[in-house]
Design a protein around this ligand. Structure first.
Ligand code: HSE
Length: 436
């Protein structure tokens, strides 16, 4: 680093990359005041230069050739904002091997290939930071790694996906249909290039993998996280939830028990009195309980150009301070330690209260048959609602709320209930959130 100038290269000028460039150009003085360093956006590699991004890039080397950036010895920090697995993995590995620090928001890549990339970073004496990968602009990773470093984490739960929260908010508040609400999230730039990742719970599970690995100091395999998405939720379920004084949210949950970690992502009914019920649109919120600090809440914009770029810049400034330290000093690694081995508790062994919605024929005996199967499996009903039939085919919704039950008992009961010929196959089972 010459004259305290940090040279930065950005790969990908999409929503997030544009935000990073904007901050580097528009907040230059502020960043210097706060860090005593000068940040120079040297090169941007992007394939599509026709799009108008409302940026003055006259002082920036704009190229379509990523190697120009990766092989430039003057570039200290590479920001990867193309997302996805490839070519992002290849570009990041190459940058690390060329001894450049890397900053990314690529949660899918970190959740699945994070260990590999860390190894490459360590072997090459550089660092790899990803604050923007979870919670957009919320400093949750720094919160866990730095602010709450003194704590063992008992629970972490919250809303980690802006797109699904936006969709559910619009369904709750404006009565929108799922598809219409998803379109809105896509137009606003919250959704992934492939929105299936959002609505299947995959994006939230990527983020939970990252937070859980940091919180437990162990490498959590992404494919071991139980996940369910929000595609089965209809306007009818929203109306039922509202009638029970609850809101449906896609929650990511981490709970540490003596015998292991309970990790899952699924739509959840949450009491309207809980602060999470009021977290709307693309906003994210994460509750963290540490053994010394107690309960904390992190809240803010979980997606979008400016918040995500804000988090990326915080990593750039951190790394730049390390660059100063490194001058004449030994490599100072801030990589998290993932040395512990933890057990994951299988979903079958978790207990929850449940919301069950069946579409059944309106004929005598239906309720007693369903409640009989639940009782056989040790599941007790706490409330029940049945609506009158307005459909020609005479199917009516029956909604049951249960007391706490084991997942495997519920699964056994559901397998049996859907075999009744008076029950339609597309039932909905949601968990009801309870504070641990
Ligand atoms: N698709 C993601 C979301 C973007 O909706 O939360 C931010 O990670």
């Amino acid at each position: 680093m010459k004259n305290r100038q940090v040279n930065i290269g950005i790969i990908g000028l999409g929503t997030v990359g544009t935000g990073v460039a904007r901050i580097l150009l528009e907040q230059k003085e502020l960043l210097t005041t706060r860090s005593t360093l000068s940040f120079n956006l040297k090169t941007i590699a992007e394939l599509d230069w026709n799009k108008d991004r409302n940026l003055d890039l006259s002082q920036v080397n704009c190229t379509t050739d990523v190697d120009e950036l990766l092989n430039d010895p003057e570039i200290n920090i590479v920001v990867e904002t193309i997302g996805g697995y490839e070519p992002a993995f290849t570009f990041i590995s190459k940058a690390l091997k060329n001894r450049k620090h890397v900053v990314t928001a690529n949660k899918a890549l970190i959740a699945t290939k994070g260990m590999e990339l860390y190894k490459i970073a360590q072997e090459n004496g550089v660092d790899f930071l990803f604050e923007a990968s979870v919670g957009g602009g919320i400093p949750i990773i720094k919160g866990l790694r730095e602010g709450l470093v003194a704590n063992r984490f008992e629970s972490i739960y919250g809303i980690l996906n802006g797109t699904t929260n936006y969709i559910l908010t619009k369904m709750h508040r404006d009565g929108l249909e799922f598809d219409e609400a998803l379109k809105g999230a896509q137009e606003k730039g919250f959704a992934e290039a492939n929105p299936t990742l959002d609505i299947s719970g995959g994006d939230a599970a990527h983020k939970l993998t990252i937070l859980s690995s940091i919180a437990s100091n162990s490498f959590i395999p992404f494919d071991k996280i139980y996940m369910e998405g929000i595609t089965g939720i209809t306007k009818m379920d929203i109306t039922f939830a509202q009638s029970f004084g609850m809101t449906i949210k896609l929650l990511a949950i981490y709970r540490a028990y003596k015998d292991g970690l309970d990790l899952r992502v699924h739509p959840t009914l949450i009491n309207n009195s809980h602060l999470l019920a009021a977290v709307s649109n693309e906003l994210n919120a994460i509750f963290v309980k540490g053994d010394f600090v107690g309960d904390t809440m992190f809240y803010g914009p979980g997606a979008g150009e400016r918040p995500t770029a804000s988090a990326i810049i915080s990593d750039i400034v951190d790394l730049s301070r390390d660059l100063l330290l490194q001058e004449g000093e030994k490599y100072c690694n801030r990589a998290i330690s993932l040395t512990q081995n933890v057990q994951l508790i299988p979903i079958e062994d978790v207990t929850s209260r449940f919301y069950l919605r069946f579409m059944t024929k309106d004929i005598p005996g239906v309720l007693s048959m369903i409640s009989g199967v639940l009782a056989e499996n040790g599941i007790s009903i706490s409330s029940m609602v049945q609506l009158e039939s307005h459909e020609k085919d005479n199917y009516v919704p029956i909604v049951l709320l249960t007391h706490e039950a084991l997942e495997k008992s519920m699964e056994r009961a559901l397998q049996k209930i859907v075999k009744f010929d008076f029950v339609k196959e597309d039932y909905l089972r949601l968990r009801i959130f309870e504070e641990s």
